[in-house]
Design a protein around this ligand. Structure first.
Ligand code: OOG
Ligand code: MG
Length: 266
């Protein structure tokens, strides 16, 4: 047996290096089983500090594994929170940034923009929804720094929940004017329907996911701030988004978010 040499600093540095070099690796928990949820968040927070120090701006949070479809695919059965910075924004119409990502996958998400600050503990679905300003359709482009997206909870939390990029649809609806539970989505790859889901698939109500984020952040003394974007979590399983592909997330009332995989090389 080799002696474990991993710690918060070295795992954080290795994950940032993997991201910069577009290199995947095996999960850390095989060599360092003590990498639990709380340690994962320490690593996540340390790398957020590095992102901010290099000039990125914190613009919100994303939820991970808030639907059964995602939990079953990834084999991790508890939701978690991660950070969004402005460097992750993919303007509508731009292709998947293949030159920055390792093995991008796309998933449909219901996106909130916050009206008020939301601070846990004790946030409920109702109080969470009262703090939401607007709702939009979203497509998140996830990218894991782990080979074949194989990780345990501590690994994926440390890896900022497989953050890559995300696009938000054009249509913006007041939170009071939409039934987010009934909002449905069809995910098409190259014109072929591959997944369907509704807002109910996200913790029963996307507002529950938001409440969970606020209550979870409170454990670290943090809150969701007014103006922040919240990705409430993949409604369905994600689909691969290689060069040459077209992934369309077609929402029932929020419109479409269509993402192209970009040109095929050579
Ligand atoms: C983890 C990231 C999860 C979501 O919406 O569930 C996530 C992964 O699936 O690699 O962004
Ligand atoms: Mg997601």
């Amino acid at each position: 047996m080799t002696q474990n040499t991993w710690n918060v600093e070295s795992v954080a540095a290795e994950l940032m290096a993997c991201e910069a070099e577009r290199r995947d690796r095996v999960r850390f928990t095989d060599e360092w089983p003590e990498l639990d949820v709380d340690t994962g968040y320490q690593i996540q927070d340390l790398n957020l500090e590095k992102r901010l120090a290099r000039g990125e701006k914190l613009i919100g949070v994303k939820l991970g594994l808030t639907s059964k479809a995602k939990q079953e695919r990834m084999g991790v059965y508890a939701p978690f929170v991660a950070w969004l910075t402005d460097a992750m924004v993919l303007p509508l119409g731009e292709p998947v940034p293949q030159d920055k990502l390792i093995h991008p996958r796309i998933e449909p998400e219901i996106v909130f923009v916050m009206k008020d600050r939301l601070e846990g503990p004790g946030v409920t679905c109702e109080s969470a929804m009262a703090a939401v300003d607007t709702v939009s359709a979203g497509a998140e482009i996830i990218d894991s720094r782990y080979k074949d997206f194989k990780f345990r909870a501590g690994d994926v939390i440390a890896d900022n929940a497989s953050s890559g990029a995300f696009a938000v649809g054009e249509k913006v609806v007041n939170a009071a004017d939409i039934d987010v539970v009934a909002e449905a989505v069809r995910v098409e790859v190259d014109g072929e329907l591959v997944h369907t889901a509704t807002g109910a698939d996200v913790q029963g109500h996307p507002g529950e996911a938001l409440a969970l984020a606020a209550n979870d952040l409170a454990r670290r003394g943090l809150a969701i701030e007014a103006g922040w974007i919240v990705l409430t979590g993949g409604m369905s399983d994600a689909v691969f988004a290689p060069a040459g592909s077209e992934v369309a997330c077609r929402f029932s009332t929020l419109g479409d978010v269509v993402i192209h995989g970009g040109p095929v090389e050579g």
